[in-house]
Design a binder for this molecule. Structure first.
Ligand code: HEM
Length: 162
């Protein structure tokens, strides 16, 4: 599996683009946590039902709901851990395999992870604007997300394995 991650061979420039753009997202974790989830549910309206703790919260009340914030913060920090370990393929593979298994156990599908890419890259582009989220930065994120998908896929599809 680590072959998948190594094969991707993110360049030093691409890694820096990921680190630098993510550092800006981290400056406003609560705002971006809400925005990520609200955008994800706007683009994929059926997904809110998967989140037990806030599945019944009306769409207009998602922003400001502490359960949404708690979960969104969790997810942003999980992404931060991935970004912080971007130079350590083995650690990344461990984290992503675990993420895949956790989510496979919850019956989250590969397609749902695929759909998160559009939300995440779209959010970064809108928040940071084209002078920061340049085409190179967009490409670096797409490439990175492709690696994330390929590494977590086996765990997602065999969730109960060790
Ligand atoms: C990079 C992508 C993702 C990251 C980093 C991430 C991270 C997390 C984290 C940290 C948790 C809570 C801790 C845990 O129990 O594992 C969680 C739970 C969960 N995630 Fe994700 N996730 C991602 C993608 C997705 C996707 C695409 C879906 C599909 C809709 C999803 C659905 C869920 C659900 C339903 C839960 C359980 C929520 C609850 O407790 O009610 N996640 N995720």
């Amino acid at each position: 599996m680590s072959e998948e991650a190594d094969k991707a061979g993110l360049t030093a420039t691409e890694k820096n683009l990921i680190r630098n753009t993510w550092a800006l997202v981290k400056q406003d974790v609560p705002g971006n946590a809400y925005d990520l989830f609200i955008r994800f549910f706007d683009e994929n309206p059926t997904y809110q039902q998967l989140f037990k703790s806030f599945k019944n919260v009306p769409k207009s009340e998602l922003r400001g709901n502490k359960k949404v914030l708690a979960h969104g913060t969790n997810v942003l920090y999980a992404i931060s851990m991935l970004v912080d370990n971007i130079d350590d393929t083995e650690v990344l593979v461990e984290m992503l395999t675990k993420l895949g298994r956790n989510h496979g156990n919850r019956r989250i599908s590969y397609d749902m992870f695929v759909n998160l890419e559009k939300t995440l890259v779209g959010l970064l582009a809108d928040k940071l604007g084209p002078t920061v989220m340049t085409q190179d930065a967009v490409n670096a994120w797409k490439k990175t997300y492709g690696v994330i998908l390929s590494v977590l896929k086996p765990g997602l599809e065999s969730p109960d394995a060790d």
